[in-house]
Design a protein around this ligand. Sequence first.
Ligand code: HPA
Length: 275
Amino acid sequence: MSENQVYEKVMNCVNTIRLKTDFKPRVAITLGSGLGDYADQIEIKCEVPYSEIPGFPVSTVPGHDGRFIFGYVGDVPVVCMKGRVHYYEGYDISDVVLPARVMKMLGAEILFLTNAAGGINYNFAAGDLMLINDHISVFAPNPLIGPNITEFGERFTDMTTVYNKDLRKIIKETALENKIPLKEGVYCQLTGPSFESPAEIKMLRTLGVDAVGMSTVVEAIVANHMGMKICGISCISNLAAGMQAEPLSHEDVQKAADTTGPMFKKLVTECIKKF
Ligand code: HPA
């Protein structure tokens, strides 16, 4: 897609949403596995199903009806993405990152990314939460490839501090206050949908990766391009391939993420109240 087509598609989505609500969020939240029922933490003001937004990418997984939820966490106006699409579903990378751009254009200054991830660091266990302090993007397509969209940001985006230091400090303090154990580390996005091989996990560990998944980094790149403040937490749903006796299955990943869900929800909510 050409530069203007991508920009126009984002703005068409923004304009469609604006016909339904004038709610202006400050924090945008992308919900990963384990936070599927996060909506119960939100004083909901308005919901917009993705299917009502022409051109908006809708998950190919049957029964996954995605929607934007607008409302308040404490006093903080938020927009929450319930359901996201992944690159492995076959979408153009510009569509995978479109929702993050739309949320910024609706007013969000902060992007809070969450996901389920495989733990690579030997000090991690299934059920841990990991604050993302940096990422490795080189195994996923860069969503900024193509003509630069100047309305969004600069051609060559500085990536020195993608995950905002002040937000990280708040998250660490909040975890401590609420006695929620929190690990910290580098997240790497691969395309999926196959899980990694043990040799790939060994490679990633050698490269300094602590957790691996199939989302988040591409969203962080476009959000950084647009000047958003970004933070992210991974739910370590399993130890990565070759680190546990059993083979990996999506069902087990989902189950483990759900078990950590209540603690994860509490942490996200208490942090947002302080943002
Ligand atoms: N690998 C990649 N993505 C994942 C994993 C994993 O082990 N667990 C949850 N998402």
